[in-house]
Ligand binder design. Structure first.
Ligand code: FAD
Length: 334
């Protein structure tokens, strides 16, 4: 009798389990919503259940109003406090934890950006849970897909944690639509945690070119360019002809041909443009890890056996010092 009774109570308990509800961390800078952080909203929608956004900093009520129009968001929580303006993980993590506990969220998602990569492991540690990093696919509420070994293997991982703390790869989830939504706006809890880190200053690279991480076309140069002078002579005109962002291999960056912010790859940026055109890049696995999801990959290399040709859709075997100016000229003539 007792056994029978117990077997009936178990499903009843599971029916009482927390309903799936996700919190997407929205990034803002100088009172402007960072649209690339909306990939977290798209990923949260794939989980099902309700999706709430959170944004913190000064002037964030206006950002929350902007975010409220994002399709798929049910609610946007904002915390008005200049202490969160620079996205310092040391005080942002306790802020998130406070609001996670208050809202009873089951899934916490942020972009796999510098901000998300710094913040989410701390949030996971404070919640005593395992963090799920660089997720590229969602197969269910506890099953996630992520690359390992620099993208050479894809791991499907099942998490038994009651709260899942996740960063998502921006190129794997389209940014949510910024019009058509009508989320409720609510002021969040502010723990005003002490921050041991002081923000001193920043040096931002200013460029009129499209942002490398989100550009629809990227032209990238490698060690084959030989020098910074040649890189600067050949790559910007090609990028201009295509309206593209400029990227570089690590070898090109380490040799001083290009700025560190342009590095594509495992230890650089992940890009997935419509067109990735590279010249003088061999195609090392660490470089491929950052660009192999590009829709069309084109390459120029004088060595027909270079590994880049194995993943390229279009390849040109030839000397880049001849081929790049020729291509630029032809594009400009169109
Ligand atoms: P090379 O491998 O030297 O290739 C140069 C290519 O240019 C050659 O294929 C050559 O045939 C061609 N070439 C030369 N002259 C000409 C010419 N005149 N015309 C046409 N072609 C020409 N690399 C990254 O890019 N991004 C990363 O994020 C990254 N992270 C790394 C992380 C770790 C832990 C490690 C160990 C390595 C990492 N690397 C990364 C480095 C990576 O292994 C390679 O060393 C690097 O990608 C090589 O850059 P490259 O293709 O420009 O240079």
């Amino acid at each position: 009798q007792l056994r029978q009774f117990q077997s009936v109570t178990v499903p009843q308990y599971s029916a009482l389990a927390r309903l799936l509800s996700s919190l997407a961390v929205l990034e803002q800078r100088d009172g402007k919503l960072n649209v690339s952080s909306l990939a977290a909203v798209t990923a949260a929608q794939k989980l099902g259940g309700s999706v709430t956004g959170i944004v913190a900093g000064s002037g964030t009520k206006a950002v929350a109003e902007e975010a409220a129009k994002v399709k798929g968001l049910e609610k946007v929580i904002f915390v008005e406090n200049g202490a969160y303006d620079r996205g310092l993980a040391e005080n942002y993590a306790p802020l998130l934890v406070e609001n996670i506990k208050k809202g009873g969220f089951t899934h916490i998602l942020a972009g796999h950006s510098a901000f998300g990569k710094n913040l989410m492991p701390r949030v996971a540690a404070l919640l005593d849970t395992q963090q799920l990093s660089d997720v590229i696919g969602i197969e269910g509420e506890d099953t996630f897909v992520r690359p390992i070994y620099a993208g050479n293997a894809i791991l499907t991982v099942k998490s038994g944690d009651s709260t899942k703390v996740i960063t998502v790869r921006g190129t794997a989830f389209a940014a949510g639509e910024t019009e058509g939504g009508s989320a409720a706006i609510e002021e969040g809890a502010d723990p005003n945690a002490e921050c041991p880190t002081e923000w001193v200053s920043e040096n931002l690279t200013k460029s009129d070119r499209p942002d490398l991480a989100t550009a629809s076309r990227v032209v990238s140069g490698g060690r084959g360019l030989k020098s910074k002078e040649e890189f600067d002579r050949l790559m910007p005109p090609l990028a201009d002809a295509l309206g593209a962002a400029i990227g570089a291999s690590r070898a090109a960056v380490d040799s001083g041909f290009a700025d560190n912010s342009l590095q594509v790859g495992q230890t650089g940026k992940n890009v997935a443009p419509q067109l990735y055109l590279c010249a003088g890049i061999s195609g090392a696995i660490q470089h491929l890890a950052g660009m192999k999801d590009s829709k069309v990959i084109a390459c120029i290399n004088k060595d027909g056996d270079a590994p880049i040709f194995q993943i390229a859709d279009v390849g040109l075997v030839g000397d880049l010092f001849e081929k790049v100016p020729e291509l630029t000229e032809k594009l400009n003539a169109q």
